[in-house]
Ligand binder design. Structure first.
Ligand SMILES: [Ca+2]
Length: 92
């Protein structure tokens, strides 16, 4: 019964995720469309000053990003660019 509950949650999550795919993806994101849409929304919310990178200060708004900062900022330059962002969140 517990397994069935977990499976149901997984199916529901997948359905909700697919529902977002109708929104056009940003041209700067180089990733599969279904993943890009959510990432695009996430990116826009994070890049508050719109300069094309997410600073550590900007990342504080999202625990997924601030909590994985060192893993995402692979160039270690103190700013996350779209490529680093997409690479981290689309790896499986
Ligand atoms: Ca920024």
């Amino acid at each position: 019964m517990k397994l069935l509950t977990i499976l149901s949650i997984a199916v529901l999550s997948t359905s909700a995720y697919a529902g977002d795919a109708a929104v056009p993806a940003a041209p700067t994101m180089d990733a599969p469309a279904t993943e890009t849409t959510d990432l695009n929304t996430k990116w826009k919310a994070l890049d508050v000053d719109g300069n094309g990178t997410v600073s550590k200060e900007e990342s504080a708004a999202d625990p997924d990003v601030s909590g994985n900062w060192d893993a995402i900022d692979t160039s270690q330059d103190g700013a996350v660019d779209p490529q680093e962002f997409v690479r981290f969140f689309t790896k499986s």
